[in-house]
Ligand binder design. Structure first.
Ligand SMILES: NC(=O)c1ccc[n+]([C@@H]2O[C@H](COP(=O)([O-])OP(=O)(O)OC[C@H]3O[C@@H](n4cnc5c(N)ncnc54)[C@H](O)[C@@H]3O)[C@@H](O)[C@H]2O)c1
Ligand SMILES: O=c1ccn([C@@H]2O[C@H](COP(=O)(O)OP(=O)(O)O[C@H]3O[C@H](CO)[C@@H](O)[C@H](O)[C@H]3O)[C@@H](O)[C@H]2O)c(=O)[nH]1
Length: 335
């Protein structure tokens, strides 16, 4: 198949590009490199451009006959979205509509969308399944939910078939060590902890120890990036074979929650073998953080035939740690 990956120079998209290329598919990436990196696109063709550029999109779809589109391109910092909602609605909603419209014009009917647990807002129960109400509490989550809604309407009106995959906490790195997370600024817990271990930062701050959890720190569902990507591959197969029609949506997580404290302890025990020490600081709660976010992914397992392979936190941390050591060695600057 020929697949367009929007946002393929980013963390998750770049791993997806590799998985598809290794499976023998033809991949074209469109990315404006706003938060992504040219050096993360190791396979396929990279078109540097913005989804706001509708003439570029038109040319791209005239040049290539895509079997499907996977859309990772977005802004995804919750705090920033509260301060600058216009940026989020423009990029995550308007620019996504540009992509959907060019697909409709060129009769490309298979679309996979990166959605998020942030569309659920404050959880009413846990684990969170697909029946849980979606009441986002920040513009980032709201922008993703708008596209989920639009996809239902595009399915009805234009026959565009889609799968929304709502990720919980994406983490880990390419098991072969070639790719990994490169956010700047980094806000995610695991890379920050490992930066504190490698010496790229002084310490990791625990955001709140007064949550109603066993050790008082927040619980999250950490899902390895390879497992996220394999779900996309399966979703595309189901769309192309016609087994999924209309607008479907699935939650993607391990179903296992780990607290911030547990993640730090597991990371410490990994890096202790290399005589490294992770320095902790205590901080207040971060605004908007729910105490517990854990996914019920039974529907994804059943409908997509998806089986996560890398659920073990130790494996996740081992892969992320290998990547962090590359970065600490100046790997990124070499490109
Ligand atoms: N990382 C997570 O934990 C997580 C969780 C839930 C959902 N998501 C979603 O998954 C997707 C990928 O996340 P990520 O962590 O890989 O982010 P990322 O920032 O690493 O990747 C996004 C990529 O999209 C590109 N991009 C952004 N706007 C663009 C535009 N207008 N035109 C062209 N390219 C553009 C960026 O340059 C970047 O390469 C996002 O949609 C995000 O909202 C991520
Ligand atoms: O320096 C830090 C960074 C994070 N945390 C905590 O670690 C947990 C995980 O935080 P983070 O890695 O920033 O992820 P989330 O805020 O849970 O958000 C991620 O996971 C969500 C779904 O669960 C997605 O919607 C978001 O897009 C994605 O960034 C949270 O409890 C944070 O409070 C700290 O204690 N210290």
């Amino acid at each position: 198949m020929k697949v367009l990956i929007a946002g393929g120079a980013g963390y998750i998209g770049s791993h997806m590009v590799k998985q598809l290329a290794k499976a023998g598919h033809d991949v074209v990436v469109i990315d404006n490199l706003s938060t992504g990196f040219r050096h993360l696109v190791r396979y396929g063709e990279l078109v540097v451009g913005d989804l706001a550029d509708t003439s570029l999109l038109e040319r791209l779809f005239q040049t290539h006959r895509f079997d499907g589109v996977m859309h990772f391109a977005a802004n995804s910092l919750v705090g920033e979205s509260v301060g600058d909602p216009g940026k989020y609605y423009r990029n995550n909603v308007s620019n996504t509509l540009n992509l959907l419209d060019v697909m409709v014009r060129h009769q490309v009917q298979h679309f996979i969308f990166s959605s998020t647990a942030a569309t659920f807002g404050e959880p009413e129960y846990t684990p969170i399944d697909e029946l849980h109400p979606q009441v986002p509490i920040n513009p980032y989550g709201a922008s993703k939910l708008m596209i989920e809604r639009a996809l239902k309407d595009y399915a009805n009106a234009y026959g565009l078939n889609s799968v929304c995959l709502r990720y919980f906490n994406a983490c880990g790195a390419d098991p072969e060590g070639e790719l990994g997370e490169c956010h700047d600024p980094e806000t995610h817990l695991i890379p920050l902890i490992l930066q504190a271990a490698s010496g790229r930062r002084d310490s990791i701050t625990v955001f709140g120890r007064d949550y109603p959890t066993a050790d008082g720190t927040c619980i999250r569902d950490y899902i390895h990036i390879e497992d996220l990507c394999s779900a996309h591959g399966l979703a595309l197969e189901k769309l192309v074979s016609g087994k999924i029609k209309g607008a479907a949506a699935y939650n993607l997580g391990n179903g296992n929650g780990f607290s911030v404290q547990q993640v730090i302890e597991a990371a410490q025990s990994l890096v202790t073998k290399e005589s490294m020490k992770i320095q902790l600081e205590e901080g207040p709660r971060r605004a908007g953080d729910p105490a517990v976010l854990v996914a019920d992914s039974s529907f994804a397992k059943k409908d997509l035939d998806w089986t996560p392979q890398y659920s073990d936190l130790k494996v996740i941390l081992r892969h992320s740690w290998r990547w962090e050591k590359h970065l600490a060695d100046g790997f990124k600057d070499a490109y």
